[in-house]
Design a protein around this ligand. Sequence first.
Ligand SMILES: NC(=O)c1ccc[n+]([C@@H]2O[C@H](COP(=O)([O-])OP(=O)(O)OC[C@H]3O[C@@H](n4cnc5c(N)ncnc54)[C@H](O)[C@@H]3O)[C@@H](O)[C@H]2O)c1
Length: 451
Amino acid sequence: MSNQKRRDFLKQAALLGSSVALLPSSAWTMIKDNKLRTAHIGVGGMGAEDLKAISSHPAVEVVALCDVDSNNLAAALKLHPGAKTYADYRKMLKEMSGSIDAVIVSTPDHTHAPASMMAMNMGKPVYCQKPLTHHVTEARAMRKLAADKNLVTQMGIQVHSFYDYKLATFLIRSGIIGKVKTVRAWSPKNWGFDGPEPQGSDAVPANLNWNLWLGTSAERPYKEGVYHPANWRKLLDYGCGTLGDMGVHIFDTPYNALELDVPKTIKNECRKPTGFGFPEHNIVTYSFPGTDYTTKRFKWVWYDGPGAPSMHKDLKLPNGEQLPDQGAMFIGEKGRLLLPHFMQLPKLIVKGAYKNMDAEIAKIEQAENLGAPIRDYDTEGKKHYHQFVDACMGKGACTAPFSYASRLTETILLGVIAGRFPNKTLHWDSANAKFAEAEANQYLDSKYREF
Ligand SMILES: NC(=O)c1ccc[n+]([C@@H]2O[C@H](COP(=O)([O-])OP(=O)(O)OC[C@H]3O[C@@H](n4cnc5c(N)ncnc54)[C@H](O)[C@@H]3O)[C@@H](O)[C@H]2O)c1
């Protein structure tokens, strides 16, 4: 070996040595062949987007596809003809555990934890769609398992990695509106349903494995158009209503920026529960312990459903302007910051007028290596997924790992549970993971069906 070659070799070995020490054990196989072999559970709907975004990373090789709907599976296979296909994720994970490096879970919410936990128990890094889980106990279990196994994880809140949300996070932390007293956030979307559980059953279409779709949830007859696809969101047994759908995205920036933990009290003003679908309108008020970025008492108010939000002086915009369709307003001691959802700059409001913050933005862009705003969803959207792939390959870290995502999800799920007790304030004992109101504790968990 020449001296130069020897020096290069020693330099490489030293670099490898220092990075390897930081890598989770599960990253070893990936580093070896410089490819990340991915398995995807749920490849229709958002799963198709997840597949597209993950596989756009040059290091990714899609080796396995799983879906309970054979039409969705066939469409995904066309794009990745070399992948093995499955209807049952348990079979896929067992058969392919030696040739999969990471797992992407994009199923309805009730299957997030069962599928992710199985993959993580096998030591696989997981990218799981939001909200992380359907139940609070599952969120805590996911967090613990990811930590115990030192796994790379990421929740599918892709806007977390978008320019405007990162900018808003740094602006809030810079104290631009002083300590934050309240955040009000809203979405007029409606994933509610006030009808009764439909009676009877329809023939299960040939392309759908209904037993596998139900998974760990209770046995229930199939009804056309009620559950699969997408409508499961409206129903208690499978989704988390509008709060779980949009709240988890829109609350992410305040939650992250203010370094909130889980709330102390939760109240949901909504209609009486039917036991089947979620309320069409929810006004959820949370109180949190104060943090470095909030006043001693901090309140978060969520409005959803047609016509949301109901007007409040905190939401009044300068010049009589209309509120953006969805978004969040931070109310601080020195002003307000409006964060529209999404791909729009936050706006600073002081004493009823917009205030220019170009200088503050320029400073943050430079200090935090933010880059410039990108208003193209495909380009921005990929960042969060590529961050996961890179982290699996030992490069950088995820910004929405399960340690973070589980707490955000727990907060969201507590608001969902409060919908079972309209207008009643529930008190959350985080240390013991239970409500002071014993009747609410039955909703923290659910019994898994053998399927
Ligand atoms: N991050 C985002 O912007 C975003 C947007 C939309 C949906 N989502 C999330 O993505 C997830 C899926 O939502 P969706 O709207 O695509 O639902 P969907 O019902 O339209 O699609 C779910 C897909 O998973 C498949 N599937 C269902 N159960 C399965 C199982 N047990 N094993 C394998 N495949 C299964 C379905 O056949 C379908 O292809 C949800 O958690 C939702 O919250 C996230």
